[in-house]
Design a protein around this ligand. Structure first.
Ligand code: URA
Length: 208
């Protein structure tokens, strides 16, 4: 996604660039089905540059689709933001693989299709280039597959980050999975404390 050499590239005016990028994401009409069912397209939000980025799946029906901010306004967002605060993470950028809320014909959340994911790929690449995060936390399998590639298994609890396309990736369960009771919140808290330790250690020791 972001080539290793691009990570050292100094961006002269990140604020202007992220605002322009956000405006182009909000105006995006590449996916006819999503344009019909979304309330709005939701760009990433947070610190530029950022120490850590969280990448979810798509804005939630009761969250980003209404508020215009990823992981804000729904239970997944509440849990994610509580964990970020608990871990003391401050320099954070939050975004999604897909920027529109995908719904089925009954109006329920559905997974984005392969073409919807592909249509949004350059938005994510551009955000990562501007945010230059030291660690990218992939929330759930789809975010992991998109950034790490299909060939790398999704293994939350891995010992060290995976490097792919110039990004240092960390697999983590999606907060929705924790809300459904499939993974204990206590373990999730421990996972967040762990990524905070990694990010803090790297303030003093540059990543390889
Ligand atoms: N809200 C988001 O922004 N992304 C998700 O993946 C889920 C809820």
């Amino acid at each position: 996604m972001v080539h290793a050499s691009a990570r050292n590239f100094r961006i002269r005016s990140p604020k202007t660039s992220i605002d322009k990028l956000a405006a182009s994401i909000r105006a995006c009409e590449r996916c006819a089905a999503l344009v019909k069912c979304r309330s709005q397209a939701v760009p990433g939000a947070g610190a530029i540059p950022a120490e850590i980025a969280f990448v979810g799946l798509a804005p939630g029906r009761f969250g980003g689709d209404r508020t215009g901010v990823p992981f804000e306004g729904d239970r997944s967002g509440e849990l994610l933001r509580r964990m970020i605060r608990y871990a003391g993470l401050e320099s954070v950028f939050i975004t999604n693989v897909v920027r529109c809320n995908p719904r089925d014909t009954a109006g329920r959340n559905r997974d984005p299709s392969a073409s919807e994911i592909a249509n949004c790929r350059d938005h994510l690449a551009a955000e990562m280039e501007l945010a230059q995060p030291r660690l990218v936390v992939c929330l759930g399998r789809i975010a992991w597959r998109e950034l790490a590639g299909r060939e790398r298994p999704f293994t939350p609890g891995a010992a060290k980050p995976t490097i792919a396309r110039g990004l240092r990736l960390w697999p983590m369960y999606h907060p929705g999975y924790v809300i459904r009771g499939a993974y204990p919140e206590k373990s999730y808290r421990r996972d967040f404390a762990r990524i905070a330790r990694i990010v803090r250690a790297e303030r003093f020791e540059p990543p390889d």
